[in-house]
Ligand binder design. Structure first.
Ligand code: CA2
Length: 152
């Protein structure tokens, strides 16, 4: 059976990517990241749902939607990474593979960024690879989804 789309979910303030703090997050906008993900997904034979929200409840609703329909999840929860047990709880009940992405290396930054609730539910974590981390996440999910398809 064809796997569902990979949901690429982005949390709070990532709509400002490329407009502020380029020394940390680079010059690419979120629209650039979306285009990059779409190109990578096409090459990997994946469909993507690319979304961003500043609202915690919206992110949770999308994770619940992904639980029902997605082949995998790429998530950059942004500031909610270190604060949201509710986002963690939503991810914990998803059965599909989950890759947590951070553009910056959170471990080289302030200590409050070092703890991620989301990592408790993540299959894998990519951080510090810039926006290329999204492509790496999609490549990894393509491998995992392909493997589970082989077994089906
Ligand atoms: O490195 C990442 O991807 C982060 O998830 C980004 C979050 C931050 O809270 C995490 O610790 C690490 C912040 C996203 C806010 O994005 C902005 C983009 C441009 C300008 C200002 C904020």
């Amino acid at each position: 059976m064809k796997p569902g789309p990979v949901f690429v979910l982005n949390g709070s303030n990532l709509n400002l990517l490329g407009q502020r703090e380029p020394h940390i997050y680079g010059h690419e906008t979120l629209a650039d990241v979306e285009a990059m993900c779409r190109r990578a997904a096409q090459e990997l034979g994946l469909a993507v749902e690319f979304r961003q929200t500043n609202a915690e409840h919206q992110l949770i609703d999308w994770i619940q939607e992904a639980r029902a329909t997605a082949g995998g999840i790429v998530i950059n929860p942004a500031g909610l990474t270190s604060t949201s047990i509710a986002v963690l709880d939503a991810l914990l009940i998803c059965q599909c593979p989950i890759v947590e992405v951070h553009i910056s290396n959170i471990y080289r930054r302030e200590s409050f960024r070092h703890h991620s609730y989301v990592s408790h539910a993540a299959t894998g974590v990519i951080c510090g690879c810039g926006t290329h981390g999204y492509v790496l996440a999609l490549q990894h999910l393509a491998r995992l989804i392909g493997k589970s398809e082989d077994r089906a």
